[in-house]
Write a protein that binds this ligand. Structure first.
Ligand code: NOJ
Length: 537
């Protein structure tokens, strides 16, 4: 398998608005990212993924862009951005940016012009129809919004304020390529491509049998032509890294996006776990990993993540955020860093930050959650009940500010934070983590260091043990003479297992574990709640 710098990398996601505020406006900013770069570098990070900081009315936290060549004032200025990039590079790290080109903001001049008249030359930058079909969008009951001035509907996969671009229009495509070059020529190291498989739409917009299953939005004919063209016109001319956000994708289709012979993207995020597994489901998780390994290994590269700015923090959603917070955070970290694929760390994950439970819908800002709340209440459902049902997966679970210390607002801001800080900041914060050699932080650091020293974590093959076990996830990674055994107890119970005779652990090196006091073991292991072990065998 071809070795590349990005396959070896660990990525750290910076959701800058919740990272660190330096000007007291309650929003994190790019200057804040600069000031915390040493922290990120000390963790051992190779690549930073920066969420969108382009000029935007901020209806969907920057995913609604009004000017692709400007920096949002809340984030800073172009000068700050350029300094950030320089400082990242000075520390030997790389920076990738979000590329959000399925849609723009409705405040983008292109849309305003397109909306001004049916005959405007830019009308065709967007998608217009005389009649809607029955599709729903991610955030609203219909993908169509009526425009009173020109008496047609425009198409939006997300909020009403996020009209989709018409990728069938070659001028639109050229505009986007030029924007990509603008940033790449500044020296950025690649893109995380927002819902990139949504660019191509179904011809004729036929009604769906089940409009609730919105997979009709993605993977439509034409998508690979667009991506190949993008590769030819832009990507191939730079030494960069690309990761596509690709919902509704199977490994077979995934390979079409990231196959090494395809000239499209390097890696992808699929959402079989984060979009479809509300709580931990061992059987399902194993099946997903197995299928993706079989589908991609040797042909294309995968990613591993269990949370990001759209998905509830992993200890709260999949682990245990009270009694076993630290143990489960470390156990899932081991899982993510030892499975085949590039590991992504979402800011705060490295100190075991947890999801939130605010008291009222007023405390929430996530447009997906707020719209859903309103939609359900309008249907006549009890507001309390709707509210309760939305808490577990609200995107704000992961959007609360990074907890830096035990000062007011967790040291995130001197002002009023745009979203409340998780009240547990006095206990869970970066300063406390840095002071505690047993913290989640130092465990991540060790995992990242191990990866740098051992190619088996990147290029080693993957073979499962105990395939049907409901609590234990165990596998072997192997590369040349190097063979590692990973054993994880992803449960709150103590579990005993007996390894196959051929795998005696006597005198084998225990490379990393999240529990002290390991007794020498032969083939019988007593695994404590969320215990994780990595052996060189
Ligand atoms: C995926 C992004 O991660 C999410 O935050 C955003 O709302 C949608 N794409 C729309 O851009």
């Amino acid at each position: 398998m071809k070795k590349t710098w990005w396959k070896d990398s660990v990525v750290y996601q910076v959701y800058w608005r919740s990272f660190y505020d330096t000007d007291g406006d309650g929003y994190g900013d790019l200057e804040g990212v600069i000031q915390k770069l040493d922290y990120i570098q000390n963790l051992g990070i190779d690549v930073i993924w920066l969420n969108p900081c382009y000029d935007s009315p901020d209806i969907d936290n920057g995913y609604d862009i009004a000017d692709y060549r400007e920096v949002m004032p809340k984030a800073g200025t172009m000068e700050t951005f350029e300094r950030l990039l320089q400082e990242v590079h000075n520390r030997g790290m790389k920076l990738i940016m979000d590329l959000v080109v399925n849609h723009t903001s409705d405040q983008h001049p292109w849309f305003k012009e397109a909306q001004s008249s049916k005959d405007h030359p830019k009308r065709d930058y967007y998608i217009w129809r005389k009649e809607p079909n029955n599709w729903r969008s991610y955030f609203t009951p219909s993908v169509w919004e009526f425009d009173a001035q020109t008496e047609e509907y425009y198409f939006h996969s997300f909020a009403i304020e996020q009209p989709d671009l018409n990728w069938q229009n070659p001028i639109v495509r050229q505009e986007i390529y030029s924007i990509m070059k603008f940033w790449l020529d500044k020296g950025i190291d690649g893109f995380r491509m927002d819902v990139i498989n949504l660019l191509a739409k179904q011809e004729g917009f036929p009604d769906a049998e089940n409009p609730e299953d919105i997979s009709y939005l993605g993977n439509n004919p034409g998508i690979h032509d667009y991506l190949r063209e993008m590769h030819e016109e832009v990507l191939q001319h730079y030494d960069i890294f690309t990761v596509g956000e690709i919902p509704f994708v199977t490994p077979e289709d995934g390979l079409l996006y990231v196959g090494e012979d395809r000239q499209e993207l390097h890696t992808l995020f699929h959402f079989e776990v984060c979009d479809y597994m509300a709580n931990w489901d061992m059987e399902r998780f194993k099946e997903i990993q197995r299928r993706w390994y079989q589908g991609l290994w040797g042909k294309g590269w995968n990613s591993q993540f269990l949370n990001n700015h759209d998905h509830t923090r992993l200890v709260t959603r999949f682990g245990n955020d009270t009694t076993y917070r630290v143990e489960s955070a470390k156990c899932f970290a081991t899982l993510l860093h030892l499975l085949p694929g590039m590991p992504y760390i979402y800011q705060g994950e490295e100190i075991g930050m947890t999801g939130v439970r605010f008291n009222s819908i007023e405390d929430y800002h996530d447009i997906a959650m707020k719209n859903k709340y309103q939609e359900e209440v309008e249907k006549g459902r009890e507001p309390e009940e709707v509210f309760a049902s939305l808490l577990h997966l609200s995107r704000d679970n992961s959007r609360t500010p990074v907890q830096w210390n035990d000062m007011p607002h967790g040291g995130f801001t001197n002002g009023t934070p745009w979203i409340n800080v998780n009240p547990n900041y006095k206990e869970i914060n970066v300063a406390a983590a840095l002071n505690d050699p047993e913290s989640v932080y130092y465990f991540y650091k060790k995992l990242i260091q191990l990866r740098k020293e051992n190619e088996v974590m990147v290029y080693g093959s993957f073979q499962e043990l105990f395939e049907d076990h409901q609590q234990i996830y165990s596998f072997i990674r192997e590369l040349d003479d190097e063979k590692w055994l990973v054993v994880l107890n992803i449960s709150e119970q103590q579990v005993q297992i007996k390894l196959p005779e051929s795998l005696s652990l006597l005198e084998k090196e225990l490379l990393l574990t999240n529990y002290n006091n390991q007794e020498e073991q032969n083939s019988e292991l007593q695994m404590r709640p969320y215990e994780a072990r990595i052996y060189r065998i």
